[in-house]
Design a protein around this ligand. Structure first.
Ligand code: URC
Length: 306
């Protein structure tokens, strides 16, 4: 007989990252997304589980994770509250030993990227302002002024129009070819200006920033992508094409992987609807694109994380 008392206890799978895509319209081209972080905590008759190693009352945390993904497919995600209520009720009503369930939901919200060439269907930018950056170097001896503008933490997603296949396969390759995947990245961008020191005071830096940001977002949204590398190049080229004072663009793009959840074990078909949003590890795609004949100046050695 133990002298100690097992007091409050709970368990479950925390931080299930889930992206649910709902396709609407006759052709399914209009996408709605819900991007959630769902944590499950179960409370109930778990004394034996702790004391004797008898797991007869233990619904595995792995099952609670599967339930979250399966429920997204079966019931959809009407709202964080509605989804949480469904899950909490399910755990308590389906297992007599579970007396209470607490579901915590964080929702990451997204705006649509306005695209001039088509309705805003499947391209999104995460809500919340990015961080704008600027690095200015002025040399007293040469009188040279170098301005590198930039931004970081601008998270974007295309919920379709992205493929990745035809890559090298060696004995360590397990990646399946993808013909319709989510493409998401958190953009770090820097661009160097050719504005001469004499003209720097009259230059409209705010307007320039807005233009570069818009062109990068439009290129991200409009590019039918066969790799994030191709999207990187398209974004940088679009800026160079439209912003004459920009000489060079460097982009650091972590590939924020979204993996299709296997719902077959639960008799459910996953038609590219329910994704697991992984935060680590991630592909990191980086590159500089500059005008021909221009010497690149932007550092390539920065430490970028997703
Ligand atoms: O767009 C991509 N580029 C890659 O180089 C790569 N590698 C990988 O595993 N997935 C992807 N996706």
């Amino acid at each position: 007989m133990s002298k100690h008392v097992l007091a409050q206890n709970q368990y479950g799978k925390a931080e299930n990252r889930i992206v649910k895509i709902t396709r609407q319209g006759n052709d399914g081209a209009w996408h709605e997304i819900r991007d959630l972080n769902v944590s499950v905590a179960l409370r109930g008759e778990f004394r034996a589980v702790h004391h004797t190693g008898d797991n007869g009352n233990c619904l595995p945390t792995d099952t609670t994770k599967n339930t979250v993904y399966a429920f997204a497919k079966e019931h959809g995600v009407a709202s964080p509250e509605a989804f949480g209520i469904l899950l909490a009720r399910h755990f308590v009503s389906s297992q007599p030993v579970i007396h209470e369930a607490q579901i915590r939901v964080e929702e990451f919200t997204w705006d649509r990227i306005p695209v001039p060439t088509r309705p805003e269907q499947h391209s999104f930018v995460r809500k919340g302002q990015e961080v704008r950056t600027a690095q200015i170097t002025y040399s007293g001896s040469t009188g040279q002024l170098q301005v590198v503008s930039g931004l970081k933490e601008l998270t974007v997603m295309n919920s379709t129009n992205s493929e990745f296949h035809g890559f090298i396969k060696d004995r360590y390759t397990t990646l399946q070819e993808a013909y319709d995947r989510i493409l998401a990245t958190k953009v770090t961008a820097r661009w160097a200006h050719s504005v001469a020191a004499a003209g720097a005071d009259d230059f409209d830096w705010d307007r320039s920033y807005t233009q570069v940001r818009r062109h990068m977002l439009e290129a991200f949204a409009e590019t039918y992508s066969y790799s994030l590398q191709q999207t990187l190049n398209a974004m940088a080229e679009r800026v160079l094409d439209h912003c004459p004072t920009v000489n060079e663009v460097r982009l650091n793009l972590p590939n924020k992987h979204h993996f299709l959840v296997d719902l077959e074990p639960f008799g459910l078909k996953n038609d590219n609807e329910v994704y697991y949003a992984a935060d680590r590890m991630y592909g990191l795609i980086e590159g500089t694109v500059h005008r021909d004949g221009v010497q690149p100046v932007i550092a390539t050695s920065d430490w970028i994380t997703a």
